[in-house]
Design a protein around this ligand. Structure first.
Ligand code: HEM
Length: 183
């Protein structure tokens, strides 16, 4: 017999992250994020970090950044719904194409955004290039009914591009961080 606690856990929606390597990527990214954030704050004299809401940096930002953030937030929401495993082939297909468009907008718009590495592209643009190549490959795999490859491409991109690049936008001093925190 299952305990009531166990059966509740079994009924809760679960994010399907696919291969164990995806969990490893998340673990490494979160650890790196915490260490780099600590180093940045330490280099700035460990100021007290306070929560606030101030979108002025985003409001004053370039149109490329606004398009980028709109695409990224849409891709995050649609991607999370897809990773929860939506029922029905039609809904999965509709949301899937929506996710591909949102990810493409996010990646392509990022080529018009620089700053982390002065006026040059930074390592995050490598993730954008991988996304532009990986998205059509994931769609092609679905069209030829190679579900294993389709899942591998898409979950890999959700974790490796969406979650990792998204997490690092919340490093202290970057725009997304400054919307929620002050130091
Ligand atoms: C929730 C997800 C995301 C949010 C909220 C977000 C937000 C932002 C913002 C506000 C900037 C410009 C300001 C800054 O650098 O602080 C930025 C830059 C950038 N983002 Fe994102 N982003 C997300 C996901 C992604 C994804 C999935 C990719 C790649 C596919 C990406 C690639 C880039 C690149 C290449 C830059 C320019 C970095 C540089 O200055 O060199 N972002 N992002």
């Amino acid at each position: 017999m299952h305990s009531p606690e166990l059966s509740l856990r079994a009924r809760l929606p679960r994010i399907r992250l696919g291969r164990p390597s995806n969990r490893l990527v998340i673990g490494i990214a979160v650890s790196a994020y915490l260490i780099i954030s600590w180093m940045i704050l330490k280099a700035n004299g460990n100021p007290p970090v306070r929560f606030h809401l101030d979108a002025s940096r985003l409001i004053d930002a370039s149109i490329a950044i606004k398009i980028h953030v709109a695409g990224a937030l849409s891709a995050f929401v649609i991607g999370t719904v897809l990773m929860l495993g939506v029922k029905g082939r039609g809904l999965h297909k509709t949301l899937g194409y929506g996710w591909v468009v949102a990810m493409m907008v996010t990646a392509v718009s990022s080529f018009f955004v620089v700053g982390l590495n002065g006026n040059h592209f930074s390592w995050i643009h490598g993730i954008s290039a991988w996304t532009v190549i990986g998205l059509p490959m994931g769609v092609a795999a679905a069209r030829r009914k190679d579900i294993a490859k389709h899942r591998k491409h898409m979950t890999g991109m959700f974790v490796g591009a969406m979650l990792v690049a998204g997490l690092f936008t919340f490093l202290p001093g970057r725009m997304m961080w400054s919307i929620f925190f002050t130091a």
